[in-house]
Write a protein that binds this ligand. Structure first.
Ligand code: MN
Length: 247
């Protein structure tokens, strides 16, 4: 049996539509998993059943995270937010961590993952982010590239001793970058697993979890070994998540 991977979609409030780039499902399919796009629901017991039904989760990219979730006022530089998706992402990530079900969070998903764990975000990198003294690159990188999105635009350093380092078997990687928000204060309980050349955190993870990992780039839009390894880790970890049995 394939591991069921629940994909959190974006939600278009005006049109009452869920939307998700097919690349996420295709990446899970290629890794041997069963991709399932989740609905958005405000019914807590329904969400709990959906969570129980899944073996692992992929938290996709999307709108800006509501700064109220990390105790900040919404600044003008913050772009569109989606309260219904925020609510479900928050509840789902929290519950997946409690149940120790594998989770890979991407882009906005990574930002939300940091917020759920108690961290904060930059609401807008171009106007708020200043590289630290220790950064290799003192001028901020362009983190919001133009198409085509499969082309890498900046490097990341992968930290030794992390799950991400184990998974990729490399200390560096070139990645795409399609984000204007980013991780500010790293959440307690999480570790930074990758940094961009300008010092920005590009991946975080929770040590000791079956898999609780978040990357700021979009592996689902990039071909190559690194992307394949990330999705294989999600699917393979999820195959072991049902009562500790391999499914
Ligand atoms: Mn970036």
């Amino acid at each position: 049996m394939r591991a069921k991977i629940g994909i959190m979609p974006s939600f278009d409030t005006e049109r009452n539509k869920i939307e998700v780039n097919l690349s996420y499902a295709e990446a899970i399919e290629k890794a041997g998993g069963l991709p399932l796009v989740l609905p958005i629901t405000s019914d807590k017991s329904l969400l709990e059943e959906l969570i129980q039904e899944m073996d692992g989760f992929l938290i996709s990219g999307g709108h800006d995270v509501n700064p109220a979730l990390y105790g900040q006022p919404v600044l003008d530089c913050c772009q569109e937010i989606c309260p219904r998706r925020d609510e479900q992402d928050y509840a789902l990530i929290k519950r997946a961590l409690e149940l120790d079900k594998p989770l890979l969070a991407i882009c906005r998903g990574a930002q939300m993952f940091n917020v759920v764990l108690g961290g904060t975000l930059y609401q807008d990198l171009p106007s708020q982010y200043i590289p630290p003294e220790a950064a290799a690159c003192k001028t901020p990188l362009t983190h919001n590239q133009e198409k085509p999105y499969h082309i890498p635009v900046h490097a990341v350093t992968i930290m030794e001793g992390t799950r991400l380092h184990d998974c990729l078997g490399a200390s560096g990687l070139r990645v795409n970058s399609i984000h204007h928000q980013g991780i500010r204060q790293l959440a307690p309980g999480a570790v930074a697993a990758a940094y961009a050349e300008d010092g920005l955190i590009e991946a975080i993870e929770v040590p000791g979890a079956r898999m609780a990992m978040a990357v700021q780039w979009h592996p689902e839009l990039m071909d190559g070994d690194a992307s394949r390894r990330l999705f294989s880790l999600l699917v393979d970890s999820s195959r072991h998540s049902r009562n500790g049995q391999v499914i």
